[in-house]
Design a protein around this ligand. Structure first.
Ligand code: ATP
Length: 328
């Protein structure tokens, strides 16, 4: 088990980045850390890996304390691997050589099997003999992934692992990679902005904001019951609207979170908004409208002209899902 025990951290400028972070991750669990840019996701991964010295709190893996850079000559814990946003590759050698660098040359067959397995999984077999410096950013990112996996870490720390990879490949790659890691029972901490990296794969999500973990739950619970707009916005365009405006019988002025795709357009009743802009998104339009000086986002199959008055409704299923959140 991984345990961050009341960890606080600031860089040399003294500005606190993380305060009193306390959580546990079970062996084989996949936990995703999400939060706005600059909230400290990478810093948290670096602390777990032992790259940053912490004055306050402790990190333990399997009840052994992770000692930071002041104690380890070679930074980083041996049974963990950290895949940073910069890939640590050998540019003048081939993909195969990069992936095999840490494998035992005394077992050549096993070595070839492992390299082949990882390159297949990451769809890089065709580039096995290509020098890394001739690869694109996305291909290099996949080599970097194969290289850390070849070392069979117990804990894998992934920082934006698909940031350079094209959409054409991303989905298949996510399924391959997270399936592989589950089968190997590797504990994973992923830092990401992209909801598609996490919703289908993470066992649990932790939301970072203002130096703290403000929520932690399964993807389904966090998505369906976001505590606030910040959390909901991690998953897509979301709104916070007074519940009694969409449903007049609702006996409360409190506000609920409604995702853009959950609004239904109506001719006469509901939340009255004035259309500002419409953006073509492929299978729908994203409409930006105004309600009492605030922007409201909703999806519609066709665009509306700017200035048009539209009424928005929310289904009873969505209301039933969210109202307990504001009453609790
Ligand atoms: N080496 C450093 N020295 C000083 N401050 C730093 C250093 N690295 C990061 N920071 C600051 O610490 C805060 C957290 O940065 P961090 O990179 O952990 O955020 P993040 O959530 O991973 O961001 P992103 O999603 O953009 O990668 C930011 O305010 C950043 O400016």
């Amino acid at each position: 088990m991984l345990h961050l025990d009341h960890v606080s951290f600031s860089y040399a400028d003294g500005v606190p980045v993380l305060e009193n972070i306390d959580f546990k991750v079970a062996k084989g669990e996949h936990v995703s850390i999400i939060g706005e840019s600059g909230c400290g996701k990478s810093t948290l991964l670096k602390i777990v890996y032992g790259l940053l010295h912490i004055e306050i709190g402790e990190v333990h893996w399997n009840n052994v304390q992770v000692m930071g850079p002041s104690y380890n000559l070679v930074p980083g814990e041996p049974n963990m691997k950290y895949l940073s946003q910069e890939f640590d590759l050998m540019p003048y050698t081939t993909v195969k050589e990069n992936v095999g660098e840490f494998l035992s040359v005394f077992e050549p067959e096993e070595m070839q099997f492992r390299i082949q397995e990882l390159l297949d999984m990451l769809q890089m077999t065709d580039f096995a003999d290509t020098k890394v410096r001739h690869l694109s950013g996305g291909q290099q990112q996949r080599v970097a992934l194969a290289r850390v996996l070849a070392q069979e870490p117990e804990v894998l720390l992934l920082d934006e692992p698909f940031s350079h990879i094209d959409n054409f490949r991303k989905n298949q790659l996510r399924r391959n990679l997270f399936g592989y890691l589950k089968r190997k029972n590797i504990t994973i901490l992923t830092a990401t902005h992209d909801p598609l990296d996490i919703l289908p794969f993470a066992d649990r999500i932790m939301v970072l904001r203002d130096r703290n973990i403000i929520a932690t739950d399964t993807p389904k619970k966090l998505y369906e019951h976001p505590k606030d707009l910040y959390i909901a916005s991690m998953f897509g365009e979301a709104n916070k609207i007074p519940v009694n405006i969409v449903k007049s019988y609702a006996d409360t002025k409190r506000r609920i979170i409604v995702y853009a795709h959950e609004f239904k357009v109506s001719d006469q009743s509901g939340l009255e908004v004035i259309v500002k802009e419409a953006f073509y998104m492929g299978h729908h339009y994203m409409i930006v409208a105004a309600y009492e000086g605030q922007d409201v986002y909703f999806h519609h199959h066709s665009p509306f002209d700017s200035g048009k008055v539209v009424f928005l409704n929310v289904s009873i299923e969505t209301l039933n899902q969210r109202i307990p959140d504001i009453l609790s």
